[in-house]
Design a protein around this ligand. Structure first.
Ligand SMILES: *Cc1c(COP(=O)(O)O)cnc(C)c1O
Length: 395
């Protein structure tokens, strides 16, 4: 029997509503296309054949299950609760994003898609999408703000190596938001042939629910692993939050375990939950950083993957309902954690994940030694080494 990846807990009931958050605030022609994707997702998520294929790729291509590593040296240095690292950094392509792109492309194939499109900001989701498009032999167009293509030239080249066409988007400010707009226009125009592979637990229904489903393998594995190692559940699960996909995947199987604290860590420089207000952006309702005209505000985090003015609707709901805790960490604290983990554990974390590590270090000190904390190490830091070099040598 092939089990389904994902659980039903706290999933959106009505058209992707999480309390007042989520939903689908889009024009009617797009609504029809999204309904078709939602229907396919509902049909296949519990389909044994679909799940057998998904599990196969997760194992033999992504390299799952990845380990839950006890960070012994870090734990000793910090003093307090045991710190465990869920090693999404060890996946093929170096982060959690591949879990979602494999899941969605299998669905796209079931829908008969002949072509894949995606948006990307820093390029990480673009690379994960180009990777699976290559694997499944589907042509792939990645929309990327022109400004971002210039900042991330190497990721553009990486996507091109993988056979994708990268289209620089000049309209608006040439940023992620503009790339999303153009991708949606493409989808509406070409929906018969095209599947839009969205990169985080954001956007209109069914994307937040679907992305969470494919990412929830993180907590499915970590729960079994911590029970095996510790014989009990962790005191807390800590994950960084950009759009919220790695965090919701890391939380999913613990949401119904009231004794496990769920802690999302945002960059202080782009704290959608901590400083945002409920608003509709990019076709769904969430906590968002908006200006007086309700337009998303530009943000700046040292971790490009966390630089998003909104957050997934389920995180918005977990915050509003009190089940989740959301905290902030500064770029400076994240950089210190990046350096510490590299030095004491021999693991160079992504700058995004370093935000979670930074908070876990603060939290561990306050908890007894017999408790444990799981930190979701969403990605590896190879991509960030040059940026950290510049940050250290600038001062
Ligand atoms: C993209 C990315 C993130 C942020 O995205 P979420 O959807 O919030 O998970 C975090 N860590 C890494 C390594 C990333 O590549």
């Amino acid at each position: 029997m092939s089990k389904s990846i994902g659980t039903g807990v706290s999933q959106a009931r009505e058209a992707g509503m999480f309390g007042e958050f989520g939903g689908s605030y889009v024009p009617e022609d797009l609504q029809h296309v999204l309904a078709k994707i939602a229907e396919a997702f509902d049909r296949y998520k519990d389909d044994p054949e679909f799940n057998k294929e998904l599990r196969g790729y997760m194992k033999d291509y992504v390299g799952r299950a990845n380990p839950l590593t006890f960070a012994k040296n870090l734990t000793e240095q910090v003093g307090g609760a045991k710190i465990y690292l869920k090693r999404e950094d060890l996946n093929h392509t170096g982060a959690h994003k591949i879990n979602n792109t494999i899941g969605q492309i299998l669905l796209a194939k079931r829908l008969g898609a002949k072509r894949i499109i995606a948006e990307t900001g820093a390029g990480q989701h673009g690379v994960a999408t180009a990777t699976v498009a290559a694997l499944f032999g589907l042509p792939c167009t990645i929309y990327m703000g022109k400004y971002d293509t210039e900042r991330q030239a190497l990721n553009v080249f990486r996507m091109e190596l993988l056979g994708a066409q990268v289209v620089p988007v000049e309209k608006g400010q040439g940023r992620l938001k503009d790339a999303v707009d153009v991708a949606l226009e493409d989808l509406v125009k070409n929906h018969e042939s095209t599947f839009y592979l969205l990169g985080s637990a954001v956007g209109p229904h069914p994307y937040p629910t679907m992305v969470r489903h494919f990412q929830s393998i993180i907590s499915e594995e970590s729960k079994a692993q911590i029970l095996e190692k510790e014989g009990r559940l962790p005191a807390a699960v800590v994950a960084c939050v950009g759009g919220g996909s790695n965090a919701i995947g890391a939380f999913a199987h613990y949401i119904d375990e009231p004794d496990v604290r769920l802690i999302g860590v945002e960059p202080a420089e782009a704290a959608s939950i901590a400083e945002g207000v409920p608003a509709v952006i990019h076709g769904f309702k969430c906590y968002a950083l908006v200006d007086e005209n309700n337009q998303p505000k530009p943000t700046y985090s040292i971790a490009a993957g966390l630089d998003y003015p909104g957050v997934g609707p389920e995180h918005s709901y977990l915050k509003a309902s009190g089940r989740g805790e959301y905290v902030t960490v500064t770029g400076k604290e994240a950089l210190d954690a990046f350096l510490t983990l590299s030095k004491v554990e021999g693991i160079i974390p992504a700058l995004e994940s370093s935000h979670a590590v930074a908070y876990a270090m603060k939290l561990a000190k306050t908890l007894p030694k017999n408790e444990s904390i799981i930190v979701n190490l969403s990605g590896r830091g190879d991509k960030d080494v040059e940026q950290v070099f510049e940050m250290l040598h600038k001062q």
